[in-house]
Design a protein around this ligand. Structure first.
Ligand SMILES: [Ca+2]
Ligand SMILES: [Ca+2]
Length: 246
């Protein structure tokens, strides 16, 4: 065994031990929060942006990240929302109309939901109720802009994020007093495939620029297509042989 192979073998063994250790250890959740209380809908959102940048750097350590901007989705109130390839959002909420509920492209101001995507206009809102994100591929992270949040309505429990990464988890982001924008994200050493944001207060607010880990598409990779093609050729050849010798 040469030096390179030995090193590789050691690395693989270390990886296996790390995996075994993760299987028995408790999940480690790290949160990232930035609040721009009362910021106008046009920004800037310096604290939120800084939290987003820190979150993205941490989340990318777990694999590729993808961000839902809500820009290309049909506007209006409907469920489920096919938010991105492999990501579905089920809304369990009432429809209060444009500017409040579903995929919106307008805003009533910084006490309500609004867009945070640079150059964009669309965002997701649901005063009251919940939104459940389902990921076809497990994610180790979740981060999103939250807009128009007001502690005014019911104290500090306006918003809950719940999910199961092997054990049930509940996160309660801090809430702005005067609306504006905030960024809340977290990474988790144990992945999860579903997460629910619950609006406990009836406050009108929005979600935008939502990031997760995982493949953004379910299209087969070129390598798989090549193997499929080879399989078809072999089957075709066998059929020909059978005919020839039948
Ligand atoms: Ca509000
Ligand atoms: Ca947007």
């Amino acid at each position: 065994m040469n030096r390179t192979t030995r090193r590789l073998g050691t690395a693989v063994l270390a990886g296996l031990f790390a995996t075994a250790a993760l299987g028995t250890a408790h999940a480690t959740i790290i949160t990232f929060v930035g609040q721009d209380d009362g910021a106008p809908t046009t920004g800037p959102f310096p604290n939120s942006a800084a939290a987003q940048a820190s979150f993205l750097a941490a989340a990318s350590a777990f694999g590729a990240t993808h961000t839902i901007t809500y820009e290309s989705l049909a506007t209006g109130f409907y469920s489920p929302i096919a938010a991105a390839p492999g990501v579905s959002i089920a809304l369990n909420a009432s429809n209060y109309g444009s500017g409040f509920s579903g995929i919106n492209n307008t805003t009533l101001g910084n006490l309500y939901g609004f867009n945070t995507t640079p150059g964009g206009s669309q965002w997701l809102g649901f005063p009251g109720g919940s939104a459940t994100f389902t990921f076809a591929s497990p994610t180790y992270s979740f981060g999103t802009f939250l807009t128009g949040l007001q502690q005014y309505f019911s104290g500090t429990d306006d918003l809950q994020i719940t999910f199961n990464d092997g054990t049930s988890q509940v996160l309660t982001p801090p809430i702005n007093v005067n609306g504006g924008a905030e960024y809340f994200g977290f990474t988790d050493t144990s992945p999860f495939t579903s997460l629910t944001l619950t609006n406990l207060s009836g406050d009108a607010w929005g979600i935008d620029d939502t990031t997760f880990n995982g493949p953004s598409t379910s299209v087969p990779e070129p390598g798989s297509l090549g193997l499929l093609g080879l399989g078809a050729l072999l089957i075709g050849g066998l059929v020909t042989l059978r005919r020839r010798f039948a």
